[in-house]
Design a protein around this ligand. Structure first.
Ligand SMILES: *Cc1c(COP(=O)(O)O)cnc(C)c1O
Length: 379
């Protein structure tokens, strides 16, 4: 019996001196133990700033949070199991029964679902508005409006809202502002510096950067993150796994250079698409030909690899044939990894003329050649 216990217990385990590892060790443990009852009591009394149980904090997760907070120029960040978990926690933390939310009509589909279908069950109402239209936002404000939820740029038409003007409306009406900054990433846009209250990200996109993890985060000041931690994160348990966090910190090491490349590649693809007669419209706000360019470039310093194109034809058979012929653009949802992707909206019963493209890290000339061959099939 004794022998077995010696094998299976970690009583004499002590963490070795840190040997200055070049990357963060993975703390793949659920619990943390204490030397004394007093230390234990202290941790239980302040779970927000302690390592007690991985459903609250974990050193690997915390390191990623610090990195994301710094990148977004916020005080503190909280990592979640997915982007949608982070979005719902940020919104839910600010509302009670009887309140009202204003939500961008261009927001991510599940963010809209939370604001409408989900929160309706708790007597929270929502107005969807085009947040590029400042007067429409002003008109939507009610006495009980508590949250303005924005996604800018959006992730289908990449539409850009005037963040400074929206912040002013929020400040004048005591409305809490939340922005989904997944498209711009912390590299190209830092909305907290413009007065937005909280930023959310889907880390499943560029922060992870390799289409191999899900994750999400909220970034804000310390008081707001502590409130979200206590009212949403701990009770509902959308906890990131330490290994998932570890992969995000690894992805983030190359965030800047990946984004610089995606930006250059997307611009080159736009330059090409603007020359094609098969194309009705290109949606990429950081291109000088975009109607959003002057606003976009006043609040962002670059763009990611996600753009959309509207074709002139709505011939579904031809469009399917063109999409299926693509070699480098694989058909699928999501974006933000290495690979180029195409999302034909007809697959989701959307406008068949619309294709959303993710311009990946492959050789850009090959991508353009691939698109050129596909567009030729539309003639
Ligand atoms: C993917 C995505 C989300 C949702 O993130 P998940 O990690 O998939 O839950 C939210 N917002 C935007 C803009 C996204 O692209």
């Amino acid at each position: 019996m004794d022998k077995i216990e010696n094998i299976i217990t970690d009583d004499d385990f002590s963490f070795p001196e840190m040997e200055r590892p070049v990357s963060m060790p993975l703390f793949q443990n659920s619990i943390f133990c204490f030397d004394s009852t007093d230390d234990f009591k202290k941790a239980i009394g302040n779970e927000y700033d302690s390592y007690l149980y991985t459903r609250g904090n974990n050193p690997t997760v915390r390191q990623v949070e610090q990195r994301i907070a710094k990148a977004e120029k916020g005080e503190r960040a909280k990592l979640f199991a997915s982007g949608v978990a982070a979005i719902s926690a940020a919104i839910l933390s600010q509302v009670q029964s009887g309140d009202h939310i204003i939500c961008s009509d261009s927001a991510y589909s599940w963010a809209k679902h939370i604001c409408s279908v989900y929160l309706k069950r708790f007597n929270v109402s929502v107005t969807f508005v085009n947040t590029r239209d400042i007067e429409a936002v002003k008109k939507a404000v009610c006495k009980n409006t508590k949250v303005l939820y924005i996604e800018s740029p959006g992730s289908l038409f990449m539409s850009v809202s005037d963040l400074k003007a929206l912040v002013e409306i929020c400040k004048n009406n005591s409305i809490f502002s939340i922005i989904d900054n997944t498209w711009a990433t912390p590299v190209f846009q830092n909305p907290l510096t413009l007065g937005i209250d909280a930023v959310v990200h889907s880390a499943s996109k560029y922060l992870g950067g390799h289409s191999d993890i899900l994750g999400g985060c909220v970034i804000s000041n310390n008081a707001i993150i502590e409130h979200i931690f206590k009212t949403e994160f701990l009770p509902t348990g959308a906890v990131p796994d330490p290994f998932q966090a570890w992969l995000i910190q690894r992805g983030m090491r190359t965030l800047k250079i990946r984004l610089d490349y995606h930006y250059k590649a997307a611009m080159a693809v736009c330059d090409y698409l603007y020359t094609k007669t098969e194309v009705e419209q290109v949606y990429y706000p950081m291109h000088p030909k975009s109607p959003d360019y002057s606003l976009a470039s006043s609040q962002m310093s670059g763009g990611c690899g996600l753009l959309s194109v509207k074709l002139k034809t709505d011939d579904e058979a031809k469009i399917k044939k063109a999409v299926d012929s693509l070699r480098f653009f694989r058909i699928g949802v999501s974006w933000g990894g290495y690979e180029s992707l195409v999302f034909p909206l007809l697959a989701a019963n959307g406008d068949p003329r619309l294709l959303r493209l993710h311009i990946g890290l492959e050789n850009t000339d090959s991508l353009i050649e691939d698109l050129d061959k596909a567009l030729f099939l539309l003639k």
